[in-house]
Design a protein around this ligand. Structure first.
Ligand code: C2E
Ligand code: CA
Ligand code: CA
Length: 727
């Protein structure tokens, strides 16, 4: 594999070499000439010395030869002149060579300096060009990394694409990503090119041990390796020595993503600092890609989980229930199986929240989920479909079997002891609706409305019970109509189409108006007022009672305020409370707030409760009444005599008023039994210190009879029909 250096500008390097060679040969030539010159100098000096020596000898010989003194002197003179001349010549040459040498030395130093400068300059130039090239390649890799939503969610593929590109520009052998995941070390290993198995093995083990150290994981951590082979044009021999360049994946908010990623090089390659830093910067971008992809895919996985699960209990949610129900209908149809649905609703769950706080309520729901899980089979589906509502699909279970399961669940739930934050313990009960496919209903919506009816029925027969659709008188058909009706009512409540009408309550002794009962009326499209009797059942059944009560409290108090403002004498309002509101208890705060807002004394309000709603849970009921009384409100027991007729509760709860059920009252003149009953009840109330209101007074004769019995108050069409105005 070529070093990444080889991609550096080769021309520049060649040129540098050539110039340096020229410089070297110049310096060499110069040195050679210099040597030659000094040799010539030495030779001239030698020759000169020999000539001088010869001349000296010749001069000495002159005395011995026979020549005239004049001639001798002349020859000596000549020889001496020659010697002086050759000495001068040698001196001149010496001077010349000395000067040349000096020049050469200067030239040489200069030449060497130029050569060095050139070399440095060429080096710098090469460096700059390499840097430019590195940067260009880096940006080439980076500009191909375009993050998009799809890419991020399929990050493994995306990483592969980036790697091919990255590798083509900056070759490396392996790429890896390591994450400390919940279940252990997750290692994603990408081999760029073909590698023999033994190299893969050694890369794997080297990376695992390094990553465990880097991510501070214990050595016995579970390891999950995912490997990818990415074809590469150049694939290298990778030896045993592997160099890593790693970058940390920073922890993202709350995502708990501890990770490292990097590239690995076989021992053949060495990177310089510049290259390593460029690669690190590309890795930093990869971190961003992988980190955000990983974070996103985690979020996506969570989203996927929560789209089908209830985050609190971990059970499946309503959406999943619906999907599975559809699937189950299909499956049972094909295999001719029966299956059943249970719909569970915790009785008075709101109380737990109100009394012990929401965390305790949440813990209770989790506890319930656990009990459901434990007491159903593996193939059954337990879901939480609303606040305290659970639905279970019992696969391949006909009605009879489902009944057993429902009873078992009901008993298990009732037997379970829950713990409140204050250390006290409490228990819960559950109402369960049951329906079987195809026995009771054959499609999804009929199954759902049928099981709803069962549940509603289970609630209304006193909670803590199981009720199948068969036990419900209502037919699914009528229920469907009721549902439509409920929608109309819901809309009416929110669009001011439900208004209070007021029916006077007369003091028997004086014939004066003592109070008014507020009765809900639905103003229909034609402006007609529809009586509460036509819709109150639907309101209760579909959980709209609370909303109705609040609308009624608010609207009737406004009318009362106007009434007072117009100078009318103080009078009371009797307001009906729904069963839902009585269980919920929130009405106290609401009524208090409304009274304060409108400046109406709570003493002018009497809340009417139905007997069956009031006796559900005596202890809590008493507490509720005490609290409300403390605020100044009082209570009337409505329709007394119509149902339970429990004098015990009557005494226990000490209502201020008792309203005798109209069905007795309207018959007192024709039925001796009814006459006796009303008379006795009225005496009983007097004994208990409660005021009695007789309803359905439809004639003056009845009024006379009631007066004679000592009944305190009376109400009925004869005394006044419900009207939109007070007084
Ligand atoms: P209720 O509380 O027993 O109210 C008396 C019902 O008897 C009223 O019917 C009233 O119009 C009717 N009535 C009054 N005098 C006579 C009479 O002399 N003869 C006959 N035959 N009937 C008479 P309405 O308004 O249709 O209400 C029916 C029931 O609906 C009420 O019975 C009450 O339980 C409930 N309701 C009415 N308004 C409200 C409300 O605002 N909130 C709640 N939660 N329930 C309400
Ligand atoms: Ca009433
Ligand atoms: Ca009544």
């Amino acid at each position: 594999m070529p070093s990444i250096f080889s991609v550096a500008p080769q021309n520049l390097e060649q040129m540098r070499q050539q110039v340096l060679e020229r410089f070297a040969s110049l310096i060499e030539n110069q040195t050679r000439t210099q040597l030659f010159a000094s040799n010539i100098g030495a030779l001239v000096h030698e020759i000169n010395a020999e000539i001088a020596d010869g001349h000296e000898k010749t001069i000495q010989l002159l005395d011995k030869i026979n020549i005239s003194p004049t001639e001798r002197d002349e020859i000596r003179q000549r020889l001496q002149n020659d010697m002086a001349l050759s000495g001068r010549l040698e001196k001149t040459l010496e001077l010349l060579l000395g000067e040349r040498k000096r020049q050469w030395e200067i030239g040489d130093a200069h030449l060497r300096r130029v050569m060095l400068d050139f070399n440095t300059m060429a080096g710098n130039l090469a460096g700059t060009l390499i840097e430019k090239d590195l940067l260009e390649r880096q940006s080439h890799v980076l500009e191909n990394i375009i993050i998009s939503h799809e890419k991020v969610s399929q990050w493994r593929v995306f990483v592969q694409q980036i790697l091919s590109n990255f590798h083509a520009i900056f070759p490396f052998n392996f790429f890896f990503i390591a994450f400390a995941e919940e279940h252990g070390l997750g290692l994603y290993l990408y081999f760029l090119g073909d590698y023999p198995e033994e190299i893969k093995v050694s890369v794997r083990s080297k990376l695992v041990s390094e990553m465990l150290v880097k991510l501070e994981l214990p050595s016995d951590t579970l390891i999950d390796i995912e490997e990818f082979d990415i074809p590469a044009k150049v694939s290298g021999e990778a030896g045993d020595n592997i160099d890593l360049i790693t970058v940390r994946v920073p922890e993202l908010d709350n995502l708990n993503l501890a990770g490292v990623l990097g590239v690995a090089y076989g021992s053949m390659q060495k990177l310089n600092a510049q290259e390593a830093s460029v690669i690190r910067s590309i890795l930093a971008v990869m971190v961003m890609v992988v980190g955000s992809s990983k974070a996103l895919s985690k979020t996506l996985a969570e989203l996927e989980y929560y789209s089908a699960h209830d985050p609190l209990t971990g059970l499946h949610n309503r959406r999943h229930f619906n999907e599975m129900l559809e699937y189950e209908i299909d499956r049972s149809e094909r295999h001719k199986h029966e299956f059943s649905i249970l719909m569970l609703d915790l009785d008075d769950f709101k109380d737990i929240n109100d009394t012990y706080g929401h965390p305790c309520g949440d813990a209770t729901l989790c506890g319930v989920a656990e009990i459901l899980r434990k007491n159903t089979r593996k193939g059954d589906l337990c879901t939480r479909i609303g606040g305290d509502e659970f639905a279970i699909i019992l696969t391949e279970t006909p009605q009879l079997g489902a009944h057993d399961v429902a009873e078992k669940l009901r008993n298990e739930l009732r037997a379970h002891t829950f713990e409140a934050p204050d250390g006290k313990t409490f228990h819960i009960t559950t109402s369960i609706g049951l329906i079987a496919y195809p026995h009771d209903a054959q499609n999804m919506s009929d199954l759902m409305s049928g099981v709803d009816i069962g549940l509603y029925r289970a609630k209304s027969i006193g909670k803590d019970s199981v009720c199948s659709v068969e036990q419900v008188e209502d037919k699914i058909q009528s229920n469907r109509l009721a549902r439509d009706h409920a929608e109309t009512l819901r809309h009416a409540l929110r669009s001011d189409a439900i208004v209070p009408y007021f029916q006077p309550i007369i003091e028997c002794a004086t014939g004066k108006v003592f109070a008014h009962e507020t009765l809900a009326r639905l103003v229909d499209a034609d402006g007609r007022a529809v009586s509460a009797g036509a819709f109150i059942e639907t309101i209760e059944k579909y959980g709209l009672g609370r909303e109705l009560d609040r609308v009624m409290i608010q609207k009737s108090l406004r009318v009362l305020k106007e009434h007072f403002a117009a100078g009318a004498a103080p009078s009371k309002l009797f307001i009906n409370l729904s069963a839902q509101e009585i269980q919920g208890r929130g009405v106290l705060g609401y009524a208090e707030q409304m009274c304060a807002e409108l400046g109406i004394p709570p003493q002018s309000m009497v809340f009417e409760l139905l007997e069956r709603d009031a006796i559900g849970d005596m202890t809590r009921m008493r507490k509720f009444l005490t609290e409300m009384r403390r605020s100044g409100f009082s209570f009337a027991l409505d329709d007394f005599g119509s149902g339970y007729n429990s004098f015990h509760y009557l005494r226990e709860l000490r209502f201020e008023y008792v309203k005798l059920d109209g069905e007795f009252v309207r018959n007192i003149l024709v039925s001796k039994i009814d006459y006796a009953l009303v008379k006795n009840l009225s005496h009983l109330c007097q004994d208990l210190g409660m005021l009695m209101v007789a309803e359905f007074v439809e004639s003056e004769e009845i009024m006379d009879a009631l007066r004679a019995m000592g009944v305190d108050y009376a109400q009925g069409f004869h005394l006044g029909v419900p009207r939109q105005k007070l007084g």
